[in-house]
Design a protein around this ligand. Sequence first.
Ligand code: CP3
Length: 347
Amino acid sequence: MIDASRTRRLIRTLDGEAGPPPIWMMRQAGRYLPEYRATRADAGSFLDLCFNPKLATEVTLQPIRRFGFDAAILFSDILVIPHALGQGVRFVEGEGPRLDPIDLDRVDELDPTTVVERLGAVLETVGRVRAALPAETALLGFCGAPWTVATYMIAGRGTPDQMPARRAMLTQPAAFDRLIEILVESSIAYLVAQLRAGADAVQVFDSWSGTLDDIGFARAAMEPMRRIVEGVRAEVPGARIIGFPKGAGAHLPAYVAATGVTAVGLDWGVPLAFARDVVQPLCPVQGNLDPLRLVVGGAGLDEGVDAVLEALAGRPFVFNLGHGITPDAPVEHVGRMVDRVRAWQPG
Ligand SMILES: Cc1c2[nH]c(c1CCC(=O)O)Cc1[nH]c(c(CCC(=O)O)c1C)Cc1[nH]c(c(CCC(=O)O)c1C)Cc1[nH]c(c(C)c1CCC(=O)O)C2
């Protein structure tokens, strides 16, 4: 079978080929771009933008037009799953997400079987983006990892240390595990639908895995991710899946081995020598420039870009940030980073 994805540099890297590193950025469609802010202003609420295939396609393509990244990432949000499960979700300007906190005693009222149907508009965006992208540009779908999504569902908002969810895991273990299971099922169905609609690969964001202890990491981060990888590949054999367990640190080798992810995203707290010597022998890695270096620019940016490339670009490696780009990053600094990565030659 001819696999069109194989013509794309990002996909070849995920398949284990070394070569010039592909580059994309987490949150590459977002408020640091003036054209995003303009589209966003016309769209109504943030969720209206996520569920508007025409405008969501437009903002997905904006960073590709400007920088020629090797991958586009679907414009949506990890919180569309709670929304599709029937939980009230809204985004308050300047404050972040607000959800009607769920009653864990009634967790079985959340129905994972209709999630894909309810996210039809997002899946339409996937198809539209694929049709509009240059042939050499990969398209990434994504969802949030069950743990990270659960932290928002339980607290009703972002929290500095995820205390409400960590507490629920210990005080209401059966209901907590049931919520994770519902999110595993929803995520499998949603990722499979994205891959069938035209995504070349998917990334699963576990932004808050860093606050889990050893037992919690195995239970709420690794095991659910193992089931997602297995469940997606049962429907889409060979599906390429990037795990991004932010803050996982020394858990990373176990995470890769236990989950079977194709590649792993690294935050900027992961030492480059550990990434190169311990993680990269296990699978391709992606990351991990400190997003602050993109804000300050100049020598601080160049030094960070060079250090990441020198450590990791000799083996399968995807250049990225260690977390999302922040709204205060100047657009010129992004261009400078892209030029430097593209010009890099092994020394
Ligand atoms: C935790 C999380 C969320 N969303 C996401 C995560 C995981 C990654 C991470 O840790 O950053 C993932 C996400 N959110 C968004 C994308 C789109 C694709 C991309 O360009 O990367 C992706 C992949 C758009 C967005 N999601 C959001 C925006 C900004 C909202 C706006 O434009 O008004 C964008 C572009 C809103 C959002 N969405 C979320 C929060 C906490 C917020 C508010 C904080 C903020 O404003 O940055 C939840």
